[in-house]
Design a binder for this molecule. Structure first.
Ligand code: SF4
Length: 218
């Protein structure tokens, strides 16, 4: 069995049952977009709290635009580079109102034309908002397949995405995203992948490029 199949089989068995995705309503897609912007360079737990605080004050695109810049900055102050994020939220929301009639666009290029929306944010919104299969490459989804040797370690984020989308069947793209993220957080961790202590604790160590070469840099 090729390494892709071993990886897919493992991810399916381990994380497949956690996947429940369906198309969200417009308002929920907008909230997902804003929450994803808030999550950039921020921890998950902190993002959740900040998003909750923001949405309890303003939830719809119009309500967000009614907030003054200073008020918006205050509401999201604990989300990392909050001034930059406030700017992204305001500019993106304005474009959604003016260009897209208040609805988040569902085409990747249109999403990426919004200020502050890069490939990862666009793919997350497509996948978890619109239920359109798309592999979002975050830090884990970039590191793990490179270490395993599924993807060239020098590939950029777009190349990683396209390579993964070539290797794995479309109906498994949700699993690939969620699986690599969870695997990367718990097993193939950035500085301390579990195989460094015990080869047997990772199911991919027999064929993993990084493990064989003892070179975990990505
Ligand atoms: S063997 Fe090590 S480096 Fe390779 S996937 Fe497993 S934990 Fe990551």
């Amino acid at each position: 069995m090729g390494k892709e199949k071993v990886v897919l089989k493992f991810l399916e068995k381990k994380y497949g049952k956690d996947i429940k995705i369906s198309k969200k309503q417009n308002q929920k897609i907008y909230e997902l977009l804003i929450e994803t912007i808030l999550s950039q360079r921020n921890r998950d737990e902190s993002t959740e709290k900040v998003a909750k605080k923001l949405f309890s004050n303003a939830r719809t695109p119009k309500q967000i635009m009614k907030l003054s810049r200073e008020r918006l900055q205050t509401l999201i102050r604990t989300s990392g580079p909050y001034k930059q994020k406030a700017k992204k939220i305001r500019r993106t929301t304005r474009a959604i109102i003016e260009k897209y009639n208040g609805k988040v666009p569902s085409i990747r290029e249109e999403l990426m034309s919004l200020y502050g929306v890069g490939p990862k944010t666009a793919d997350i919104v497509l996948m978890y908002g619109f239920n359109i299969p798309s592999i979002a490459v975050d830090t884990h989804c970039n590191r793990v397949p490179k270490r395993i040797g599924l993807v060239d370690r020098k590939a950029n984020v777009e190349e990683v995405k396209h390579r993964l989308e070539e290797i794995f069947p479309k109906n498994k793209w949700y699993l690939i995203n969620l699986g690599f993220v969870t695997f990367g957080k718990n097993i193939c961790k950035p500085t301390s992948p579990v195989c460094k202590k015990d080869k047997k604790s990772c199911p991919f160590s027999d064929f993993c490029r990084a493990f064989k070469q003892k070179d975990f840099k990505v």
